[in-house]
Design a binder for this molecule. Sequence first.
Ligand code: CUK
Ligand code: CUA
Length: 634
Amino acid sequence: ETPADESDVSLELPTLGLNRRDFMKAGAAAGVMGSLAGCTSLAGSTNSGSENTPHSSSGDVPSHIVPPGEHDEYYGFWSGGHSGDIRIYGLPSMRELTRIPVFNPEQAKGYGFDKKTSDMLEEAGDYTWGDSHHPSLSETDGKYDGEYLYVNDKAHGRVARVNLTYFETDAITNVPNVQSVHGCCIQSPDTEYVFANSEFRTPLPNDGRDINNPDKYVSLFTALDPESMEVLWQVEVDGNLDILDTDKDGRWAIASAYNDEEGVEIEEMTKNDRDFVKAFDVPAIQKAVDAGNYKEVNGVPVVDGTKSSSLNKGDNPIVRYIPTPKSPHCVEVEPNGKYAMVAGKLSPTVSIIDIEKLGSASDPKDTIVGQPKLGLGPLHTTYDGRGHAYTSLFIDSQVVKWDIETAVNSPKKSEDAILGKIDVHYNPGHIQAIQAMSTEPTGDWLVVLNKLSKDRFLPVGPIYPDNDQLLYIGNDKDNETGGMELVSDHPVYPEPHDAIFASKDKISPAKTWDAADYEGEKEYVKESNSRVERIDDETVEVYTSVKRSEYGLRDFTVKQGDEVTLTATNVEGSQDIVHGIAIPEHNVHLALAPQDTRQATFTADKPGVYWVYCTYFCSALHLEMRSRMIVEPR
Ligand code: CUK
Ligand code: CUA
């Protein structure tokens, strides 16, 4: 099927739903936007961003509309920012498929309400929110393997792992010695480590001793074990650390950084013209740790990676400090691992680091082999696998497409490298193309995560949605945009920061739980085993099966003041038959997927009758699906 054929289908479908008013609205909006932006590709995409938006492209853009009953090509994993979650979208439709709560207790999925997840959140610091920025998919041989997703918590210095079989957060590590984790990624190509950058400099240890001595503040680069999620070691550096990516060979982790001045006020942080990107030689650091070359702080080996460290003298420093224009924003390594792009933010340039030179250049500044001037406020870069890079320009509200080798080979004339620019709406942060963080970019779709939506949607009060825009990048053209086409707008709830996309055949979610995956942790409660067990005068254990449309226990009796532990198994074998257990006035809610077992512990402190009910609409007798908790007065 050719792209043109698919496009025809897309034009037919949505037209059916358009009435005269829609046409008028679209026309008026297109006029306004056109005069503002002077960009023809806007005309087809000014409607407020649903998948029903007709797309009047030039005909060689495949449809982004996924007809009813059909599936998307790609999974998208969005970080939810200060919502603390991960959102799953289908691409190219940009339909939201589900959300995975990570740092945020969330009632729809019972996350933070059952024992397993509430214990996990409690052990990770007992915070009720987090700030997730950078999702990273586990890899085998440089390709996404569909096992795990890792993500940082900027608010509390944590790293979480999402199990992609069950689409559920299964581990959160509260990283010692750091206050804020910003950059976070796995080590390519085989996920041997998960790395986390602490952004905020704090005294080490942060115990009140050195509050007024900013010289004693440090920033740490942390390595975690991707399986156990334990912290393995940390490296202390000069300046702040920011965002992070690795090479494709398991050697270098490269971090953007600012505040080489080590100030605490903004004026101090931005005084100098230079900052230093840090390239961590991971095997060399591991060697120093194995040789005992560290100090231990709060149980973690901390290696000295500051400029004055003895480990940084000589020909093989463990950390290379590469000078760039001040306050660069991000590092993204291109798919074949040759170059790392450091976006300038305050500088209109992207600095191109030749990764091979990291090990050989005698002067770190010689690792920079190009510095094209691209536009105002470059923040993030992504790739199509055809030798092009795409950089978001925050201040210009544009995406610029450029040719990597041209930028390397004609360093004096960066305009030669620029292939085109497209307006986006508005103020883009992250930008991500399909599978661009792996060695297998597909080069077809790209999403721009715009921080502001301004006039793009119906107004909804003073806190606006962000605007994620879908671009098609599969056509290289000699026009104003270099072939980039804006396809659709999508309002998103605050405030996604980044996203990562994988082909649907790389992800194999379970359809039901496999009880073998939690055996030993808790009992699988068969219908015949539903029961109440009194442990002592104040402790009761309640076991119940759950199925359409009844609980194994039609009622159960406890005494006022009892601590009740409820264990419930959804014994259904069919996919998509989820049941809930809600107990009014006790803040109890479990969500039970088929074959899953969950536990909740609560105190039955008020005598009376409580109707236990099912929250998932599971059958025609859903409303009648009830049990009675009877709390007898003492
Ligand atoms: S980011 Cu986290 S605040 Cu560009 Cu990934 Cu800016
Ligand atoms: Cu079970 Cu509704």
